[in-house]
Design a protein around this ligand. Sequence first.
Ligand code: ZN
Length: 464
Amino acid sequence: MAFIRTYLSTRLRDRRKTLEAIEKTARSRLQHILQVGQQEVPFHATRIRKAAASHFSEIEPTSKTKMMNRITETLNARTLNQLGSSQHDVQSFVEHYHATGNPWFRNHALMAQTTGTSGRRGLFFRTREELAIQNGISFARSAKYPLSEYIRHMPVRRAVVVMANPFSGSGQSNQYAAKQFRKVVHIKAFLVQSETKEIVHDLNAFDPHHLGSFPLHLERLARLQLKGQLQIRPRIIRFGGSALTPQQLDIITEAFPQAVLKNIYAASECAPIANSCTLGNLHWHKDVAMLECVDKNGFPVPKDEFSHHVLLTNLVRTFQPIIRYKLMDSVNIHSAPCACGSPFPVLEVKGRSNISYPLIDNNGERIEMSSIDILKVINELRIIEDYQMNCTKQNRLSLEVIVKGGPQDALQYKGRHHENILHAFQEHFVKNSCEQATTIEVNYSNPDPKKEKHQAFLLNLPEA
Ligand SMILES: [Zn+2]
């Protein structure tokens, strides 16, 4: 019901096409979120109360680290009460979810884990209703595929190429959408970690109308298509997670000349933030995500300039509200409207790009090891919470594992986990045929109290 309701009201409102109508909805949603935050969510209650009455901009910004340190207090206490749950149950859930593999909390909310491209991993909850609302908005605003095409090809086949992870937010949205839209769209997931032969065979057999993935994987598929191994003709290619590099754009459009490219800007903390239009511009869902563009010190940045980061307020989530939350994306909100006629402001996002480490393999050939693949190794280890990887010399990676506590804790941690970490990376190097020349150095340190957030992947190779 929530899906249909949101879908219809969104279509109706969007048809009126005025920014004022959208902003009015945003204002009333914000008021509601603040009320819920103050009355029902311990984590936000103090923050909101501290700010002078109704001065939104005086609420002290928060961060992933701050929220995760007090995660049990970030959930709606009233809802927990209705579910017969306590903060203790939440604590137990977040401590054991890896072992159980179950992302559902009390069958009420789905928990997603951030991919951790920005260091520490965050845990974010969405209720069924919130998921339905999110899908309703996404569908209403991104279903630009002509209705006649849907009818002609019903059900439209959509392939999503993703990592197998029950805690991936985009994977969860897809799974939920697959159920919701099953009569119109047949959504099928393909795993990126599959053997090339397997993924080629399965995608060819499925012959998708739509294809969705992250830029790095789309690039891999485009190369397979150009080699003639993959033979699909998707009409729409959706991507998210990061922007396409110009090279990726070239190769993807060469491989799939008939496809329309669609960019989606979303985060585990809020989906969808923006969707691209027919002209390729990202349109900000101003009634779903409130974004404040700020500089390094948190002061507002004018329109048409890139921010250092943004303060995100999710306008639809009330189970785990997100209010003035530092999202480390550099965003530029345009003052000029888009030529496509959409009333939603245009924005650009920078700084989410995935890094690829250029390595020399055992045969002396150049290869690229992506931060997404490294992240997989780190996630599978399940013992590293915070880290930073760097590469300052050819084929020499260094991993800084950040251990909470003092120097003694770091030492103990090293004693317990060092061999496992080295072993996991060694295996990864062997898998990529680069183990002969590649080394990894692992160091252990404590968090720097002056730094709240750092970049997880760095590349500082001297110019060749
Ligand atoms: Zn546009």
